[in-house]
Each structure stands twice: as C-alpha cells, then as structure tokens.
Design a protein around this ligand. Structure first.
Ligand code: B16
Ligand code: MG
Length: 219
C-alpha cells in the first residue's frame, strides 16, 4: 500500500448533521417541506446539487424550478452550512483518525482527500489537518460524482499513484461503490450489511489502523 485516499464527511469528521440541518432549513423556508430523518444518511457522499434534486423529487417539485433557481437554492444552503461549521475545531476529528494519520505517515504512505465536498479545504483547516494531507482532489474538476470512480481516481493521481497501490476509506454506500469502481481496496466504517461491497468494514473510526489497511490491501 502506497496511498490512502480518504473521504472526509463521516470518516475524518462528522459533518453529515450540519448538512442535514442546513438542508432542513432550506427545505422548510423555500419549499415548505419537512425532511424525514433518513435524509441525513441518504445525502451522504452526494454532491450539493444532486442532494437538492433528491429533496425536490421527494417533494414532487423537480419540475417547478429552473437550473438557475436550483443553483441559487444550493448556494443558500451552503451559506447555512458554512455558518454551522464555523465552530469546528480539532475536537471534532473522529476517534482514532489523528493516530491513524501518524501511523500511515510513519510508513511512508501518501495521504489524499477524495471528498464530494467543495468545502473540504476549509473543513480540514478548521480541524488543523490541512498540512497532514499530500493532496486534496477538487470535486468541481471531476465529471461524475460518487458512485462513479472519478474523485477517487483524481485523489490517487494527485499523489502520482496507481489505484491498485491505494486504499480508499469511506462511510457511504455510494463512496464504497466509487472506490471499487476505481479498482482500489475499500476500507469502510459503519454498518457491515449496508457496506458489504467494501473489502473490510469496521464499526467505528477508532478501529482503523495501518495494520488493518495493509492487511486488507494485501489480501
Ligand atoms: P458541499 P463526503 C459530502 O462529503 C457529504 O457527505 C454530502 O452530504 C455533501 O452534499 C457533499 O459532500 C457536498 O458537500 O456542499 O460541502 O460541497 O462524504 O464526500 O466527504
Ligand atoms: Mg462520507
């Protein structure tokens, strides 16, 4: 294993709740909709515009808005989201992640980010992790979002590695599908049944280690 390509939300920090709160506020104010709790999980790994389209489809409102109006609403949601993540600090790094980063670096493994979030650099900065990563793939430069492999391929390319030499790390079903489509080893955190496509699934980020990544990659 020469590289570890990380998803951000749900792997390094838990921003899903902030995304859900921001979408809920937008849905209530602009669309008169109350989002069911399941949306928090359903929107994981899904791009900003695709998330809004899912919400509009849920409300039967898909055809009521122009592309321009959709972009404006997505921008408004991002404003609410940015306000919410203002308070993030290194205390919000998920358990075991700082240790894992240290272990991987000690073994010379390159670290890259493959997040759907255009806010990834700002979030890493708030967590004090920006300098730990060798590269951050830019989601605005890839053609297809997760489950397509594009962002993970961009993450490997950014550290000049072949996908086969990399482990991808995810918490979302769409993200695990993206890692496997990129022909990388997939390490996932969360529900074993839901994430069955991964090469290994652990219940919490505290279970991640260099040894687990290396063993899974070798298998
Ligand atoms: P933004 P990940 C994803 O992050 C989130 O899980 C998803 O809910 C969000 O819509 C997406 O980023 C885009 O985020 O609006 O900040 O560009 O899991 O791919 O790290
Ligand atoms: Mg995620």
């Amino acid at each position: 294993m020469k590289g570890a390509i990380f998803d951000l939300d749900g792997v390094i920090t838990d921003t899903a709740k902030f995304h859900f709160e921001a979408w809920s506020q937008l849905a209530k104010e602009q669309l008169g909709l109350v989002l069911p709790a399941e949306f928090e999980a359903e929107l994981k790994g899904i791009s900003r515009t695709d998330s809004l389209i899912k919400i509009l489809e849920f409300g039967g409102l898909r055809d009521n808005y122009t592309e321009e109006e959709i972009l404006a609403m997505a921008e408004k949601k991002n404003g609410y989201y940015l306000q919410a993540i203002e308070t993030l600090t290194k205390e919000d790094i998920l358990p075991g992640i700082t240790r894992l980063i240290g272990e991987l670096k000690d073994h010379g493994v390159k670290l890259s980010i493959a997040s759907a979030s255009k806010n990834a650099p700002a979030i890493l900065e708030k967590l004090g992790l920006l300098d730990e990563f060798d590269a951050i793939a830019d989601p605005s430069k890839v053609a297809n979002g997760k489950p397509a492999p594009d962002i993970f391929l961009a993450g490997a390319k950014a550290v000049e590695l072949e996908p086969k030499d990399c482990v991808g790390v995810e918490d979302a079903v769409s993200g695990v599908a993206a890692i496997k489509a990129a022909k990388m080893t997939a390490v996932a955190v969360g529900d074993e049944t839901e994430l069955a496509q991964a090469d290994v699934v652990v219940p919490t980020t505290a279970d991640f280690s260099y040894a687990l990544f290396e063993k899974t990659w070798e298998a």
